[in-house]
Design a protein around this ligand. Sequence first.
Ligand code: PLP
Length: 577
Amino acid sequence: MEYGIHKMKQLYKDTVKIAYFSMEIGFHEEIPTYSGGLGILAGDTLRSCADLEVPILGVTLISNKGYFIQKFDDKGMQIEEPCEWEISRFMQEVKQRVSVRINGEEVIVRAWRYDLQGIGGHLVPIYFMDTDLEENSPEMRKITHRLYGGDRRYRLSQEIILGIGGYRILKQLGYYDIAKYHMNEGHSALLTLELRKDLTDDGTWDIFDEKVEKKVHNRCVFTTHTPVPAGHDKFATDLVKELLGDYLTEAEYKKMCPGEGLNMTLLALNSSKYINGVAKKHGEISREMFPGFRIDSITNGIHTAFWSSEPMKRLFDKYLVEWKKDPFTLRNAFNIPLEEIWAAHHEAKGELVSGINKKYGLSFDREKFTIGFARRITAYKRPYMFFSDKDRIRKIAESSGGLQVIFAGKAHPKDHEGKKIIIEIKKAMAELSDKMNVVYLENYNMALAKKLVAGVDLWLNNPQPPKEASGTSGMKAGVNGIPNLSILDGWWLEGHVENVTGWSINERPSIGKPAAVNSRAKELQNLYDKLENVILPTYYDNREGWMRIMQNSIGFNGSFFNTHRMVYQYVLSAYFD
Ligand SMILES: *Cc1c(COP(=O)(O)O)cnc(C)c1O
C-alpha cells in the first residue's frame, strides 16, 4: 500500500481535491452526529482516507441534539430523548460564515472543524454546518439540531444547508480547487445547483446548459445506498419553491422538478459522471431501478482497526505486524494459532457478558453460545423473525448445551411499525426468559456496537431480500472472528462460503439471475435447522472446527471487507479519470 499512497500524494500534490458530503458522519463514540449505517460508513471511509493520506475533506451537519437516546417504558415502548453534547469539547469553530436564503430569510451558517488523524499523522478535516446562532430566527436555529427529525420542510431545510451552505463554506474557506464532489447518498444533491451557478456566474449560460452539465458531470460522484424506494428523498414542487424562492428561475424549477417534484436521487444521478451502488448485487438492482444511467458497484467496508476489539488488536499486533496500515495483511490470520483467536474472542465475550449482567441484573454465561442481532428496527429487516416459533427456540436451547440471545436497535421516531416490533420482541423475550438468557439492550450506538460485534458468537441478519444494500455490521463481526448467519443479500453474497465463513438462510441466487423466491416459512425453517443441526453442534462438539470458521472470517472477510480496499477502489474508479 505504501507505493499507492506515495503515488496518490504525487498526483494530488497535497492539496485537498475531494469534498465528501454526507448528511451524517459517525466517527467518534462521543459525537452523536450519526444514526446508523450510512453515517458510520462515512466515518470509516474518512478514517481510511486519513490513513491512506487521500486529500479529502468531509462536509456534514452538526446535529447538536444528535439522533436520539433510546429508552423504554414498562410496556416496551421506545422513548426518544435528545442527545445533548458539548461541541466545543471536540471541535474548533471556524471564523468564516456564509448565508443561505430559506423561505425568504437570510440564514447565517457557521462551521465547526474536526481533524480526523490518520495512522501516519495525515489530517482529514470534517466541517460540521451549524445554524444555531443568535442572528437566526428560532425556526432556522433548529435546522441543524436533530438528525432526520421533523417534517418535510425541516428535512429540505437541512438539505439546503448541507448542499448549498456546504458548497459555499468550502469556497469561503479557500478550497477553490475541488476536483470531485462526492455525494454520499442524495441528501446533499443541492450542491450540484450551487456548482452549476458557480460555473455560470457570468450569467450567460443557462445552468442546465449542455456545456455546464458536462462540467458538473466531471466534478460529481454519487453513491446510492438503498434499494428501498422510501429511502430516496422526494420533495413536492411547492415546498421546494417556497423554501428556495428566487434561487432558481421558473424555467429552472421546471427542469429540476419534473412531474412529481424534486427527486434528490435523480438530481444526483443526472449530475454525476461516476455513480455506484454499495455491493455487487446492489449495483445490479440500482441499474434496474434507474435505467439509462451507468452504475458501477464498490462494495462497502469497515475500518478494521477501529472495529477490532482490544484483545483482537493485541493478537493482530503480535502476528500481523502491518495490519493497521495494510488490512490485506489479515489474510495471514491463517497463521495465527487457533487457540489464541479463541482466547481473544473469549476475553471480548467476557467483557460483553459481565457488562450486560451488571447493567441489567442478568446472568449471561460466557461459556454459552450467544447470538447477536442489532440494527435499525424496521419491517423489512424482519427483526421479529427469529422469535416466530418460540417452542422451537426452547427446544433448540434445551437440546444443544445452551443458547443466549442479545438484540438491540432503534426504530426511527416516526416508524410506528418498527416500535411495535420492538414491543413484540420484548414480549417474546419475556416468555423465553425462564428457559434461557435473553435481553434487548437499549440505545444501540457505536460504543455498544463495538462490544456486540466482538463479544457474541454468531451474528444474525435476516432482512427481506433484496432490500439490504450492503450491511456492514456483519463485516465488523467478521474481523473479530465472529461468523455470520445471514440472508444472502448485500455484502454477504460476496462474503459467504457455507460452513467456511458462516451460513446462509436462503438459497444463493445464480449470478445475473433474479433472487430465488424463498418463502418466509422456508427461510425460518432453514434458520432453525442450521442452528440446531449445524451451528450449535459445531460450537459445542467440534471446537476446533468452530475456531477454524472464526479464523476464516478474519482471513477471508476481514482482509477484504474494509474501507482501505474500498477507498482504493473509489480513488481509482471515481476520483481519478
Ligand atoms: C455498523 C453499524 C450500523 C450498520 O450496520 P448494518 O449491518 O447495516 O445494520 C448501524 N448502527 C450502528 C451503531 C453500527 O455500528
